[in-house]
Write a protein that binds this ligand. Sequence first.
Ligand SMILES: N[C@@H](CCC(=O)N[C@@H](CS)C(=O)NCC(=O)O)C(=O)O
Length: 217
Amino acid sequence: MLKLHGFAVSNYYNVVKAALLEKGLAFEEVLVYPSPALLDKSPMGKVPCLETAEGAFSESQVMLDYLEELQPEPRLYPADAFGRAKVRELLRVIELYLELPARRLYPEAFFGGQVSAETKAEVKADLAKGVTALARLGKFSPYLAGDRFTYADIAAVIHLPLVRDAGRRIYDEDVLAGLPGLADYLQRVRERSSIQRVMADYKAGLEDFMNNRGKRS
Ligand SMILES: N[C@@H](CCC(=O)N[C@@H](CS)C(=O)NCC(=O)O)C(=O)O
């Protein structure tokens, strides 16, 4: 059986977990936090990593591709090559130009640390560019890539609220305001049972994550 290593508060872990649930694949969750002990399964020591009968690998977007090949139905990429490229483009934009810049704010936004004024200014400019890119690409009608639910929606519903929350805490403003209709869109996608389950597990895992954070680092 597939084993998903990571923890329920990790947004990248949750993207893959929602994909496994959408695919209806059996999987086991292995609770681990990022650490050098993971290096044999995940070369950066990051989570998630996915363990298969043939071995383990890392990187959530690679896992999404793998799951689509392993179990083509229900399809979470469009059937045509161009449609798939457009969904992958959305996945990259969300990760590289929204989640990764926002991640630089997380130490102060969520963990009681401090982020310099310079970093805050850089991130704000980067996020503005990322939002413009996503506004150009995203259809939000009713789904991010158009009329079908895809992996892009899983990434959006999990990563974007985190980006927005970090922005609110640091700048006291909605950094995603340039994405019209986002609130309704997120509400629509959150109705899916896969996302409900991931959100419930997130809430249940949050206390343990915060309580043990000091002990881990
Ligand atoms: N590009 C990676 C990002 C994974 C990632 O950043 N995971 C975080 C947890 S949400 C992590 O392991 N952080 C620990 C670290 O950066 O060392 C993916 O898509 O899987």
